[in-house]
Write a protein that binds this ligand. Structure first.
Ligand SMILES: Cc1cc2nc3c(=O)[nH]c(=O)nc-3n(C[C@H](O)[C@H](O)[C@H](O)COP(=O)(O)OP(=O)(O)OC[C@H]3O[C@@H](n4cnc5c(N)ncnc54)[C@H](O)[C@@H]3O)c2cc1C
Length: 383
């Protein structure tokens, strides 16, 4: 994707491209089999100065804007496994940005610095068995008891859940609805926390877990900001998360189209390459057109976000369109490979199954459509 990079961006892009080619791509299949990325990946990225790109410089971060995150993502996505960038993003962007923005000086010194240096790994715990899209109905409860909160409940589908050292956890501290929600940082060695890895269809290199809290005591000082004011924090974090998914989807779609094109030029059927058949020329032309449109929407969303302008509608459009494009492009690009595209050993087969997660994580397509409708006067009775 042509992002209109400046020199400093290009410098970062090149060093990341080398790193991904040498240190990540050759290991991807091992990590997928292990169901997790190694801790050393986080420290290597920290040594390169790219783990905490958007975290504050006073805590060891880079203090950069989202364009730098987009470069990191674009290069990491070339490794051919969505799970790898997902693990890094869940740590640096999803779990730790909230602590950086809303945590006390002590919390930031402890967690944000360790996160930027790759000494600790984070996870964001919002979703529950009965609260996914409907975040405001979450039930995991934290009750104040002296200098601690006592947490009871469970979380579902938590990326990095079993490898994390801390969970940035959404809990209910007040009454029903979005006004009773807080965010608290839970060290994973806390007594009363049990973690169980879940088995997924794809994105195997990122570990996903169910978390169970039973009378789990967490220092009250680990609360982010003010009690019962966690909902807007979580929502503000979602904007960055959705842009992460949009950039990942665009890069994923490009990679799949490159694979399909190479195959279409090389595979001969009935005396000519597959891309000699107009049907495939047209199908891949449609894919490319959608990818270009997804990239344009994503660039616009990032531009507004980085410029500090209201961007909820544009970010939702970018997330919706880019992830659905990646899902549809995956189907086309796997189809052109025939039986090979269904094989685990085939890169395209793995890209196809990984693409299914993109329209769900960080808010599903239906949630994006609801936000777009709400932001643009498309809901009857609210104009
Ligand atoms: C690989 C993966 C990693 C994840 N990582 C994390 C993580 O690190 N932390 C975390 O907290 N969560 C994580 N999640 C959870 C994710 O955010 C939720 O799965 C997502 O928000 C959807 O919630 P749900 O699965 O409960 O589906 P539900 O909310 O039950 O939705 C079910 C269906 O209803 C649709 N729907 C939603 N709203 C409407 C509506 N208004 N009208 C009609 N239909 C609607 C949904 O789109 C979906 O198709 C992860 C999920 C996956 C798959």
């Amino acid at each position: 994707m042509d992002w209109g990079w400046k020199d400093e961006h290009e410098l970062l892009r090149r060093s990341l491209a080398d790193f991904v080619r040498q240190e990540i791509t050759p290991n991807v299949l091992d990590w997928e089999r292990a169901g997790e990325v190694p801790r050393s990946l986080f420290s290597q990225l920290a040594d390169l100065g790219v783990l905490g790109l958007r975290l504050s410089p006073d805590c060891g971060g880079g203090g950069h804007d989202f364009w730098f995150t987009a470069i990191l993502l674009q290069e990491m996505m070339r490794c051919g496994s969505i799970g790898v960038p997902v693990a890094v993003m869940a740590h640096a962007e999803f779990a730790t940005m909230l602590i950086d923005r809303f945590g006390s000086p002590e919390l930031r010194r402890t967690y944000v610095r360790a996160a930027a240096e790759g000494r600790m790994i984070g996870a964001l715990g919002v979703s529950e068995p009965d609260a996914g899209s409907d975040v405001a109905s979450l039930r995991t409860r934290a009750v104040r008891d002296g200098d601690h909160y006592v947490v009871n409940g469970s979380k579902l589908y938590i990326t990095n859940g079993t490898i994390a050292d801390y969970i940035t956890l959404a809990v209910r501290t007040g009454g029903a609805g979005h006004r009773g929600i807080s965010v608290i940082v839970v060290p994973t060695d806390s007594k009363g926390l049990r973690r169980q890895r879940m088995t997924k269809l794809g994105t195997h290199a990122s570990d996903t877990a169910e978390l169970f809290f039973q009378d789990c005591r967490v220092p009250a000082a680990n609360l982010l900001g003010t009690e019962n004011e966690g909902f807007p924090m979580i929502m503000s974090g979602f904007e960055g998360e959705r842009l992460v998914l949009a950039v990942m989807a665009c890069s994923h779609a490009r990679l799949m189209l490159d694979e399909a094109r190479a195959w279409g030029l090389q595979r001969n059927l009935f005396g000519q390459p597959l891309l000699g058949f107009q049907v495939w020329q047209h199908r891949l032309a449609d894919c490319l057109t959608r990818i270009e449109a997804a990239e344009a929407l994503t660039r616009r969303g990032i531009g507004l976000y980085v410029g500090g302008q209201p961007a909820q509608s544009e970010i939702s459009m970018a997330k919706l369109f880019a992830t659905e494009t990646a899902r549809d492009v995956a189907r086309e690009c796997a189809q052109i490979q025939g039986g090979l595209g269904y094989m685990e050993d085939c890169l395209m087969g793995r890209l196809h199954r990984d693409s299914l997660a993109l329209t769900i994580g960080a808010g599903s397509s239906e949630t994006m459509r609801s936000i777009i409708a709400r932001c643009n006067g498309l809901v009857a009775g609210t104009a």
